[in-house]
Design a protein around this ligand. Structure first.
Ligand SMILES: Cc1cc2nc3c(=O)[nH]c(=O)nc-3n(C[C@H](O)[C@H](O)[C@H](O)COP(=O)(O)OP(=O)(O)OC[C@H]3O[C@@H](n4cnc5c(N)ncnc54)[C@H](O)[C@@H]3O)c2cc1C
Length: 269
């Protein structure tokens, strides 16, 4: 498969630019082999690389990123790490409660990584406020507050005066504050995560994957390099290939997997 569309970077990501000078990129050059190859160094690719590195300490895990890690969507978003889903359904409270538990577990894991690796990303327990400036917005937010309360969550109603004191503007007349959200500097977080990978994970930047070969030997090509399945096409192995399309971007996370990978996969999260 030839990949025809590549990320275009206008290099205007303020979060990334305020980090200052970054170390030069390691670019994939020449031929190499890996047990696992992950394409894309956003939140998804970095989490997959870390988990594979932890679960398969004897495997070589390679992550290929088209640009610089931190300049992508994961490094240029609004910086909210949310515990509560944006939409709460009335019909499926058990689904919402599960989602909240998963989110909180992920936040705790992230915080543990940040502390362990001393990632300075302005991680701050700020909570968040949903605000409205219209009657319709207020009605919707009251429904949200009531559903959150029904799930046992804290959801404070804030009036115009409280919002003005907190936000500095009197534009909004109603708000719902929930305390569990974290605010952070996204480019600092993703670059920090990339630099604190397990020892068996190698990251190559400015190494856009342009071709993926799904033959007996799986291989990925970049402009200057190639990465093949470490197992080659020998005898009894059972090779399988997966390709994930990221939910919010055109990132591809491809992996070359070994015979026992199904067992690892369930824990890869
Ligand atoms: C304006 C905005 C605000 C947002 N605010 C928030 C927020 O506050 N909180 C939140 O949780 N989420 C927020 N999001 C969503 C969040 O940014 C995304 O969900 C997240 O970045 C997705 O991560 P990802 O790893 O799947 O994709 P990406 O971050 O897009 O990473 C994909 C990577 O793949 C690379 N890539 C693509 N093609 C190739 C190739 N051929 N070879 C090699 N590499 C390749 C790209 O360069 C990129 O680095 C926001 C999004 C936007 C747009």
């Amino acid at each position: 498969m030839k990949i025809k569309s590549f990320p275009r970077n206008d290099h205007t990501n303020g979060w990334y630019n305020v980090l200052g000078d970054q170390p030069p990129a390691h670019v994939l050059k020449g031929d190499s082999k890996a047990d696992w190859v992950i394409v894309g160094g956003g939140f998804s690719g970095l989490a997959a690389a870390r988990r594979l590195g932890e679960l398969c300490p004897d495997d070589r895990v390679v992550l290929l990123e088209a640009g610089r890690i931190g300049e992508n969507a994961s490094g240029r978003n609004s910086g909210f790490v949310i515990d509560l889903p944006h939409a709460i359904s009335q019909e499926q409270p058990e689904h919402d409660l599960r989602q909240i538990r998963v989110n909180r577990q992920a936040i705790a894991w992230l915080q543990e990584l940040i502390e362990r690796h001393q990632i300075r990303c302005q991680w701050s327990h700020r909570g968040k406020v949903h605000v409205s400036a219209t009657d319709k917005g207020r009605r919707n937010l009251k429904v949200l507050a009531s559903r959150l309360s029904g799930l046992g969550e804290v959801a404070e109603s804030w009036d115009k005066a409280r919002l003005k004191a907190y936000l500095g503007t009197d534009y909004f007349d109603y708000g719902v504050f929930t305390p569990g959200c974290i605010l952070m500097q996204p480019a600092a977080l993703v670059t920090g995560l990339a630099r604190s990978m397990p020892a068996n994970v190698e990251i190559y930047e400015e190494s856009a994957v342009s071709e993926f070969s799904d033959g007996a030997t799986k291989s990925l090509n970049t402009a200057e390099g190639q990465c093949d399945n470490a197992q080659g096409d020998s005898g009894d192995q059972r090779l399988d290939t997966g390709l994930w399309l990221s939910r919010t971007s055109a990132a591809h996370h491809a992996y070359l997997r070994q015979p026992d990978a199904a067992a690892h996969e369930t824990g890869a999260g």
